[in-house]
Design a protein around this ligand. Structure first.
Ligand SMILES: O=P(O)(O)OC[C@H]1O[C@@H](O)[C@H](O)[C@@H](O)[C@@H]1O
Length: 245
């Protein structure tokens, strides 16, 4: 149980930019990631006969919000399994960190292609409100699929700055919970961290925002749990961005 409480937040006063996580914040794709990870690890644990079985909590405890291959490593570590890294483009059939990550990605992209992506209506309204107030906006996502998800959701033209998993890897930036990707987005927008608000749904992402000295971190509880997000350093926790309009 958390002892943390929401703090007072006057959202618009003193805010010059909003840095949005993508999956679970603007689009319901966090649940698609969650499902793809479940299918991957249920299949893998079954294949190698390792236990304990994959559970819902595993996603939030070891994977949520982190870059793809960190998610593979951290989940396997929870079961005491260490696999070779393999090459970045390792075959999804191979039992390596990159092979398993690529296997998960094959599952994720096939779900997105079949089902499409509809953004959260409250988040679309929030982006419009922020822009109408003259605020700068950026995406900071651990996902290498962020540009494709933004396109599928019809949001690609809204953001001039997108720091995604591929950009972070190319620049050698550590992933969430490290604040480096958020700091890079603030730098690209030309806005000091103290004037940026971070919006996140994952514990690792809230930790990244809290560690970066940003003006505020808004947590959206899409399953991680209100207490866990406050404990991780969220200034306030909401169920939907509509609540802040
Ligand atoms: O495998 P991808 O698309 O590069 O993304 C990895 C991660 O991307 C994040 O945005 C999700 O919140 C994670 O839970 C996910 O595992």
């Amino acid at each position: 149980m958390t002892t943390q409480q929401d703090q007072h937040l006057d959202l618009w006063a003193g805010t010059e930019a909003v840095l949005f996580d993508l999956d679970g914040v603007l689009t319901p794709t966090a649940t698609v990631h969650e499902l793809a990870w479940r299918r991957l690890f249920e299949g893998y644990l079954d294949e190698v006969g390792a236990g304990p079985a994959y559970e819902d909590g595993d996603y939030f405890d070891h994977i949520d919000g982190k870059p793809r291959f960190d998610g593979v490593r951290d989940f396997l570590a929870s079961r005491g399994i260490v696999l070779p890294e393999g090459p970045l483009d390792d075959s999804p059939e191979n039992a390596s960190v990159h092979g398993l990550g690529n296997r998960k990605n094959r599952i994720f992209t096939s779900i997105i292609e079949n089902e499409g992506v509809e953004p959260f209506a409250g988040s679309v309204r929030f982006i419009a409100e922020a822009k109408s107030r003259g605020l700068r906006v950026a995406i900071v996502s651990s996902s290498r699929n962020a540009p494709a998800v933004l396109r599928a959701a019809g949001l690609a033209d809204e953001f001039g700055v997108v720091v995604d998993g591929a950009a972070a890897a190319a620049e050698g930036l550590p992933g969430k919970p490290d604040p480096a990707t958020y700091e890079r987005a603030a730098e690209l927008l030309g806005t000091p961290a103290s004037a940026c608000v971070v919006i996140e749904d994952a514990v690792s992402g809230v930790q990244a925002g809290a560690a970066g000295g940003f003006r505020a971190v808004v947590g959206i509880d899409r399953g991680a749990g209100r207490g866990a997000l406050l404990e991780a350093g969220a200034t306030v926790v909401v169920q939907d961005l509509d609540e802040l309009l």
